[in-house]
Write a protein that binds this ligand. Structure first.
Ligand SMILES: [Zn+2]
Length: 346
C-alpha cells in the first residue's frame, strides 16, 4: 500500500526536478545570454504544460482508495458505509473465539457460509495432548485455510497474572504456543489473555514472543461508559472487548470477562444492542468473545448450554445474518489481524 502511495506522488516530483536540471545546467555550460533567452522561453513553456498535465493525471488517483478500506471490504459482510460519505461511522466487528473448543467447528461452518472470518485463540498444549474438548490440528488448519485468523491463548490456558507461576513459565506458555502455530505454517499475530487477565509483565511477555496485539475481556458495555475499542486501539497489548453478559451460575453474579462463567447463554438482543450502541457513539471496534457454540442437534446440547459462556448455534447464525443484512450502515466484520493491519497502514 505504501509503495502505491509513493509511486503516485512520483510524477509531479520528477516534473519539478527536470525543470531545474534541464535549462539551468545548459545555460551555465557557456551559451551567450541571447542564446539562453531563445532556448529558455519555449522550453519553460513546454515544461509548464508537461507539469500541469502530469499533475492533472495523477490527481484523481490520489483522491481514491483511502487507506484502510480494502481490508474492511475484503472481509466485508456489509460495507454499506464504505462509499456513502463521511457521516456514517465505521463499526468494525470482530468475532473472536477463545480456547479452541471443538464446538467452535460449528462456528467455523456458519462463518464460512456467511463469507465471514473470525479470530480463533487456541491453546496448542491442549491440542498436542489430544484433549477431546479442544480442536485437533486438522480442524484448526481448516479454519485457517478458510481465511480465519488463528491466534494464541497460551499453551495450557494459564493465568498470566498468577503470582504463583514463575515468569519463565509464563514466557514459555506464551512463546511455545506461538512457536507450535508457526511450526504448522501459521503466522500468529493476535493473542488473547486467558481469563482476560493481564498486567505489565504479561504484556511485555506477549510482545516479546512476537505478537502484535493482545485482547483483554469484559470492559466494553452496550450501556457504556466504554462503548467500543478505538481504531487504532490506545494499547495494542490490552485491546478492549465486549463484556459477556453471562452470570456465574454458582454465585449469580455478573461473570466479568466471561471466561470461566457458566450458564446464562448469550442472547441475540444483547449482541445486536452492543453493535447499535457502537454506531450510536461514533463507531469503533467491537470485539465479541465466544467460547462454546451449542447445537440443538447435539445430544449434549443441554450440557453445552450450561458450559462456558455458551451461545446457541441458531442464535449465532441469526447474529451473523443480522450483521450481514440489518446492522447499522458502516458495519463490517473483520478479523483482529485485519483491524490491527489497518492501524499499521495508517
Ligand atoms: Zn480462554
Amino acid at each position: 500500500m505504501s509503495n502505491r502511495g509513493r509511486a503516485r506522488h512520483n510524477p509531479p516530483e520528477r516534473g519539478r526536478g527536470s525543470r531545474h536540471l534541464g535549462p539551468g545546467t545548459r545555460f551555465r555550460a557557456g551559451r551567450g545570454r541571447s542564446g539562453w533567452v531563445q532556448w529558455s522561453v519555449p522550453l519553460v513553456l513546454v515544461l509548464v504544460v508537461v507539469a500541469v498535465s502530469l499533475w492533472g493525471v495523477t490527481r484523481p488517483a490520489e483522491s481514491t482508495s483511502p487507506v484502510g478500506d480494502p481490508p474492511a471490504r475484503a472481509a466485508g459482510s456489509h460495507g454499506a458505509g464504505g462509499s456513502s460519505g463521511v457521516a456514517a461511522p465505521r463499526i468494525f466487528v470482530s468475532l473472536t473465539f477463545d480456547d479452541g473448543t471443538t464446538t467452535q467447528n460449528l462456528a467455523g461452518r456458519v462463518l464460512h457460509a456467511h463469507g465471514m472470518h473470525g479470530t480463533f485463540y487456541v491453546n496448542t498444549g491442549k491440542t498436542e495432548a489430544k484433549d477431546p474438548y479442544h480442536m485437533n490440528w486438522p480442524q484448526i488448519l481448516r479454519l485457517h485455510a478458510e481465511g480465519n485468523d488463528i491466534g494464541g491463548h497460551t499453551s495450557t490456558h494459564i493465568n498470566l497474572t498468577d503470582p504463583a507461576i514463575p515468569e519463565p513459565v509464563k514466557r514459555q506458555e506464551v512463546c511455545q504456543d506461538r512457536e507450535r502455530l508457526q511450526q504448522r505454517g501459521l503466522d500468529p499475530q493476535s493473542f488473547a489473555y486467558p481469563f482476560g487477565a493481564f498486567d505489565n509483565t504479561a504484556k511485555a511477555i506477549v510482545e516479546s514472543c512476537g505478537y502484535r496485539s493482545a485482547r483483554s475481556a469484559g470492559t466494553v458495555f452496550p450501556d457504556g461508559p466504554v462503548f467500543a475499542e478505538t481504531v487504532p486501539p490506545a494499547d495494542p497489548f490490552a485491546t478492549r472487548a465486549l463484556n459477556n453478559p453471562a452470570k456465574d451460575a454458582r454465585t449469580g453474579q455478573a461473570a466479568g470477562g466471561g471466561e470461566g462463567s457458566l450458564g446464562s447463554p448469550m442472547d441475540l438482543a444483547y449482541l445486536q444492542r452492543a453493535v447499535v450502541s457502537v454506531a450510536d457513539h461514533g463507531g469503533g471496534w467491537l470485539q465479541v468473545v465466544f467460547h462454546v457454540i451449542c447445537s440443538q442437534k447435539d445430544p449434549r446440547y443441554a450440557t453445552c448450554m450450561t458450559g462456558q459462556a455458551p451461545i446457541d448455534l441458531e442464535t449465532f447464525d441469526a447474529f451473523l445474518d443480522w450483521l450481514q443484512n440489518s446492522a447499522p450502515d458502516g458495519t463490517s466484520v473483520s478479523t483482529v489481524r485485519e483491524v490491527m493491519n489497518m492501524n499499521a497502514a495508517r
